[in-house]
Design a protein around this ligand. Structure first.
Ligand code: ZN
Ligand code: ZN
Length: 137
């Protein structure tokens, strides 16, 4: 078993996820909504099976609909605004951890680029990885 541990910038929220890396699914999302959240870059996430354990604090949630009508909930720190993780109707039973909130973001390895139809000209899209015009299947 491997553990993902992380938290927000101000330290009010800390979480951990116990899981087998073989069950993780990592990708970079280029959708327009994610660009707001990240500040412009693609959103780098690792999908892990639920649950997530909150060691400290409780994030706030913001719900919106993706371009394909899927309900997305984004969890963030009410004090520093860091987006920690998200939940999507398309992947029930999983949580998308935002790589930048991990204590060790260096473990991230993107397996796919999604929503490249909304990507900006300066976003990097690895030509060796699978890509999806919109949401992943
Ligand atoms: Zn915070
Ligand atoms: Zn996105």
């Amino acid at each position: 078993m491997s553990k993902l541990i992380g938290g927000c910038l101000c330290g009010d929220i800390r979480y951990e996820v116990d899981e087998d890396p073989a069950k993780w699914f990592s990708y970079s999302c280029h959708c327009r909504d994610c660009q707001y959240i990240t500040g412009g870059s693609p959103n780098t996430v690792i999908y892990v099976p639920k649950p997530i354990t909150l060691i400290k604090g409780k994030p706030l949630g913001y719900q919106s609909l993706s371009d394909t009508g899927t309900k997305i909930t984004r969890l963030f720190c009410g004090r520093c605004g860091t987006h920690l993780y998200g939940e999507s109707e398309s992947f029930p039973g999983t949580i998308a951890i935002k790589v930048g909130t991990l204590d060790d973001p260096g473990i991230f390895k993107s397996q796919m680029n999604v929503w490249i139809s909304s990507s900006q000209p300066w976003h990097y899209i690895d030509p060796n990885l699978p890509k999806a015009e919109k949401a992943p299947e």
